[in-house]
Design a protein around this ligand. Structure first.
Ligand SMILES: *Cc1c(COP(=O)(O)O)cnc(C)c1O
Ligand code: SF4
Length: 462
């Protein structure tokens, strides 16, 4: 398949002007939340208290109206209402992230786009989207543990988050039910974790444990301690990581919730004594999420010795431009947050408007390489739908960019299988879009593609 890079040069809204000179990192120190009508009189001390952030989180249309007051135009409210009828995710924004939105340009705002769905921006789902795109449920070793790779596993002790992202890959379980999706969410039930700890104990090949969810920020301090110490006491576990979006959406948690930070600190001390790594994986997507509050959070976290890394999702109209990824990566690095992954958007329902193509992701990956210190250069990956695991973006077996389908193999996670990723149809070249509109044509083309991919995978198998 001939593949010529014809890359639309979209300027990301979070882009910092390039030019090759030294970058400057400015951290918003202003009382930016005071531009939100309901928070005009909120002082920094109140805003900096995680309890106030939790109590004042926005979880409904009424909440938006009460908070934005005159800024909430009837057309904006109607558009959000329409969005909420289509999204599988609940509405939840902390005041911190809510006030990072520039309401004057709300439609194109990269922060708004991540958390507040507008009905007018939805695009029909791709026919191949899957609720559980990464096949996490079918790789369950215990009700709380996904064991896919030989030496690492994913522990999901909670399905609640302090914010809900429109593009969540676990929309099938995370948050509460919505108009289009019913789910059975769970809070943290520590009494039910023993079988998971036993499984990890009985599988000494498991060296890395990811504690994700949901969000570890909502684990209580004693739960952080319990999970951290239990895992670090297992001789064969070498590294653990807590996944939380907290640093990006509620940085004041790490300066005002002393107990939580102390619990993490204790876990880090145990790790240090045993020569084991304790890390925190967070989730910034644009530099707009980084402020002076981030710096303060990182000073507090650095004192514990925890290693902090960042995983982003590549989102159309949010961070799908080189300048944005580059500047965000450099700015995070300046705060000791190591850019780790940029994920191609997973093929889950209700967020087609946020996905982009493999071609675009490959282009960005090529640009990023060499533009930041190697250890701070994120790996751009596709988490192969169906459980193939994370694969380097250019490592596909075959790619037909016209109809937007790529084939992937995964010799470590699932030897012998082929996985297919489909680009969003509305971003394909005109000819490709026309093919998808014709059922017989697209079936024929896909069948050809699949047999070519199988032959190629067979030929390169060792
Ligand atoms: C991402 C992931 C891991 C961790 O993989 P790394 O590449 O080490 O970050 C482990 N298990 C599952 C199921 C995952 O999806
Ligand atoms: S914080 Fe993570 S788990 Fe929670 S909604 Fe966002 S993407 Fe999903």
């Amino acid at each position: 398949m001939i593949k010529e890079a014809i890359i639309p040069q979209s300027k990301s809204p979070c882009a910092q002007p390039g030019g090759g000179g030294p970058l400057t990192y400015e951290f918003d120190r202003s009382d930016f939340w005071r531009s939100i009508p309901a928070w005009r009189d909120i002082d920094p001390e109140t805003f900096g208290d995680f309890r106030w952030q939790q109590r004042n989180s926005i979880t409904s249309i009424q909440g938006i109206q009460k908070t934005l007051k005159e800024l909430a135009t009837p057309s904006l409210i109607a558009d959000i209402e329409a969005g909420l009828l289509k999204t599988p995710m609940n509405l939840r924004l902390t005041p911190y992230i809510f006030s990072r939105i520039q309401w004057g340009n709300m439609e194109n705002d990269p922060v708004r786009r991540q958390f507040l769905p507008l009905g007018s921006q939805f695009v029909p789902d791709h026919p191949h989207v899957m609720d559980d795109s990464l096949a996490e449920d079918s790789n369950k070793a215990t009700p709380y543990l996904t064991h896919r790779y030989p030496d690492k596993a994913l522990f999901l002790p909670i399905t609640l988050c302090p914010v809900y992202c429109s593009f969540c890959t676990r929309s099938r379980v995370v948050g509460g039910s919505t108009a289009v999706k019913s789910k059975s969410t769970y809070g943290a039930k520590s009494t039910e974790w023993d079988a998971t700890f036993d499984y990890i104990r009985n599988h000494p090949e498991l060296e890395d444990i990811v504690i994700s969810g949901g969000d570890a920020l909502l684990l209580r301090p004693n739960q952080i301690r319990h999970i951290g110490t239990t895992l670090l006491e297992i001789p064969t576990v070498r590294r653990i990581r807590f996944a939380t979006k907290g640093v990006a959406i509620m940085p004041m948690k790490f300066t005002s919730d002393k107990e939580w930070v102390e619990a993490l600190d204790e876990v880090c001390q145990i790790g240090q004594k045993r020569m084991k790594e304790v890390a925190l994986h967070t989730h910034f997507n644009t530099d707009r999420e980084i402020t002076e509050w981030t710096s303060r959070a990182m000073k507090s976290l650095s004192a514990t010795g925890v290693r902090v890394r960042n995983q982003s999702v590549l989102i159309s109209g949010v961070n799908d431009g080189f300048d944005c990824l580059h500047y965000t990566g450099k700015k995070l690095s300046s705060q000791l947050i190591q850019p780790y992954y940029v994920y191609l958007h997973d093929m889950v329902p209700g967020c087609e408007h946020l996905r982009t193509t493999v071609q675009k992701a490959e282009h960005l990956s090529r640009r990023l390489q060499g533009s930041i210190a190697g250890f701070n250069t994120p790996r751009v990956v596709c988490d192969a739908p169906g459980g193939g695991g994370k694969r380097e973006i250019s490592s596909y077996t075959l790619y037909d960019y016209e109809i937007g389908v790529s084939a992937w193999t995964s010799p470590t996670a699932k030897p012998g299988e082929i996985f297919y990723y489909y680009d969003p149809i509305h971003r394909l070249p005109q000819d490709g879009q026309a093919l998808w509109a014709n059922k017989a044509e697209i079936s024929r083309r896909l069948a050809n593609f699949k047999s070519e991919a199988e032959a190629k995978a067979e030929a390169t198998r060792h």
